[in-house]
Design a binder for this molecule. Structure first.
Ligand code: MG
Length: 376
């Protein structure tokens, strides 16, 4: 199927920071996707977590499986809206590359440690990974991705960081935070796909871990509707199939709502090009009803799962691991690999080093440097 006028077209890309000859058989966005899949940071996502720690169970989502789910949802919506699937896939697979070990607890702790040194923000770190930290090419640092993939990776950015980036790369990926325009429709889509994916899989992981129950989920309108529907159609359904069938229906309803509401918004705004779409305000969105229901689900997960005493006990220790690692490497940079130890901006080198760690490597390093074993 051909791309819509408002889709990003690889042939019209704003290009890469370092010019490269085109690939003989692949578009520029396919190439971005391939570079991301082969990167070191991507491989590490398998041992990084969102809510549950990697060693707590083999069945919980990791950042890798989460990213694959975001790519799947994103591609499927992109195809129905005639957006660029390859670009959506590249952004989705890269969107979490800058995450620290131990999910948000790790990121918050590292941000605290970096308070006097420019802070730490995971979206910006994802961009640093693909722009600077990957070392794979002879002629440049990073993966040298296209503007459009990098634009999608930089999902949020503070004004101060946007000004800093704009000074280095005038008119680049930070400009939109200063001009308050939207990223491409493909990037907008990845944000929604991310949200749909984690809401659904956190219910799944939450119930299977025993931290939340189907009974509790009865207070969530979106879940209750599809749970009742699944049982009405399959009265003898039991066990985990009830959960899976309810989540499957809930996911589909969100995806179809997103396709319908966005399709209507696109018909109304009728952007004639990808740049037109960037200026048109947010166009990829749920309808009003689904937005409210999805927000209620998110609120439920925040109250009942992310702030569950068992999760909070884990995040408290995770923060301690990150804080003590930061102090240890700052005091003894020779404990880091030589290329990190040699960097002039020591605090940033330490933050980059810690951010790149998997959960288990961070725990091992923490034990080696402090003699204390946490999170086991
Ligand atoms: Mg995500």
């Amino acid at each position: 199927m051909s791309l819509a006028a408002y889709a990003c077209d690889a042939a019209q890309s704003r290009g890469r920071r370092h010019a490269e000859p085109p690939a003989p058989t692949r578009t520029e966005y396919q190439r971005d996707r391939d570079r991301i899949v082969h990167s070191t940071a991507f491989r590490r996502l398998v041992y990084k977590t969102q809510v549950f720690l990697n060693h707590e169970g083999d069945l919980f989502r990791t950042r890798l499986t989460h990213s694959l789910e975001v790519a799947q949802l994103g591609r499927s919506v992109a195809r129905s809206l005639r957006l660029n699937e390859d670009l959506v896939e590249a952004i989705a697979l890269a969107h979490d590359l800058g995450h620290t070990p131990f999910g948000h607890a790790g990121q918050d702790a590292l941000d605290d440690c970096m308070r006097e040194h420019g802070g730490f923000e995971h979206n910006l770190q994802s961009l640093r990974v693909v722009d600077e930290l990957e070392e794979r090419y002879p002629a440049f640092n990073g993966l040298n991705l296209t503007f459009e993939t990098r634009e999608g990776i930089l999902k949020h950015c503070s004004r101060a960081n946007a000004q800093r980036l704009e000074a280095i790369e005038p008119g680049g990926v930070a400009r939109r935070f200063l001009e308050r325009t939207q990223p491409s429709l493909e990037a907008q889509l990845c944000n929604l796909a991310d949200e749909i994916a984690y809401n659904a899989h956190d219910i799944d992981d939450g119930v299977r871990s025993g931290l939340i129950t189907l009974d509790q989920l009865g207070e969530v309108d979106l879940f209750r509707t599809f749970h009742a529907q699944a049982l009405a159609e399959h009265p003898r359904l039991q066990g985990r199939r009830v959960l899976y069938e309810s989540i499957r229906r809930m996911l589909s309803a969100q995806v179809y709502d997103l396709i319908d509401a966005t399709g209507a918004a696109l018909r109304a705004a009728a952007p004639a090009s990808a740049d037109d779409a960037r200026r048109a305000g947010p166009l990829v969105a749920f309808g009003d009803g689904m937005r409210t229901r999805s927000a209620a689900l998110k609120g439920f997960l925040l109250r009942n799962l992310y702030r569950h005493p068992q999760v909070l006990a884990m995040t408290g220790q995770a923060r301690q691991v990150v804080r003590e690692l930061f102090d240890a490497y700052r005091a003894q940079p020779q404990q880091m690999p030589p290329d990190f130890a040699a960097r002039e901006n020591r605090a940033r080198a330490v933050a980059d080093y810690i951010a790149g760690m998997t959960d288990r490597f961070a725990m091992r390093e923490h034990e080696r440097l402090t003699g204390t074993r946490l999170l086991t």
